[in-house]
Design a protein around this ligand. Structure first.
Ligand code: AMP
Length: 230
């Protein structure tokens, strides 16, 4: 299965993508994670992308296309993959299509996780990460009276620099301008499946499974490869 997760920042794509990737034994390719790791190092890529991440701006298409092309060439992607955070522009979507066509492959399904803007702002501005155990939390879920401490390991929680209010507003604006048009791009190709992103992560995950199962049943086991094959 070659699957793309689409949706605004804060929609919960990452959480869902990790779970689905584990269950389907597919590599989870998060371009945000790749770039954050690079930005934390002294690599050439890190030096190129750091300022874009901090401002909540998109990294130029040429850089992103090269990053994803190299990643998809790795052998763990031969049997499929799950892309989270790419494509984010129409140019990137076209490059992905071209890249896969060169391998006689195609995107099977695009899951569009839809969440209203006010909820995205609430989620992003309250999101905290534990630097020690990696927990991903929201300030509203922390036990009262203990400040911003990780409930599992006690470390002081951190906010991603691009989750600060001024950067969140810019990321949402960038999303509306450049990524939202991809909904139409994939709808036109019959690949888009809408997933309501409100509710618990488990509820959203069940909706994803239902959509993938419906796709399989609708097209049958001998479906054309471009249709949902999970
Ligand atoms: P994410 O974790 O997916 O929200 O991505 C964090 C940041 O990484 C974004 O705000 C962008 O600066 C950058 N980024 C991630 N994926 C892409 C992409 N496909 N194109 C351009 N920039 C990206």
């Amino acid at each position: 299965m070659r699957l793309v997760f689409l949706g605004p920042p804060g929609a919960g794509k990452g959480t869902q993508a990790v779970r689905l990737a584990v269950e389907r034994k597919l590599p989870h390719i998060s371009t945000g994670d790749i770039l954050r790791r690079a930005a934390a190092s002294a690599s050439d890529l890190g030096n190129q992308v750091r300022r874009y991440l901090e401002a909540g701006e998109l990294v130029p298409d040429a850089v992103m296309n090269a990053v994803v092309e190299a990643r998809l060439r790795e052998s763990d992607c031969d049997g499929g993959f799950l892309l989270d955070g790419f494509p984010r522009t129409e140019v990137q979507a076209e490059v992905l299509d071209g890249l896969l066509a060169g391998r006689r492959e195609a995107v099977d399904v695009v899951l569009y996780v839809d969440v209203p803007r006010e909820e995205l702002i609430r989620r992003l501005s309250g999101r905290r990460l534990c630097p020690d155990c990696g927990a991903n939390l929201h300030v509203d879920s922390l036990p009262p009276g203990r400040g911003e401490q990780c409930p599992s390991c006690g470390a002081r929680l951190r906010q991603r620099s691009d989750d600060r209010p001024e950067t969140v507003a810019n990321r949402l604006e960038v999303y509306e301008r450049t990524t939202a048009p991809l909904v139409r791009y994939y709808e036109d190709r019959g690949l888009l499946r809408r997933i309501g992103g409100l509710g618990t992560p488990d509820e959203v995950y069940q909706r994803i499974l239902a959509v993938l199962t419906a796709g399989r049943q609708a097209h049958g086991p001998r479906s054309h490869r471009r249709e949902v094959a999970c």
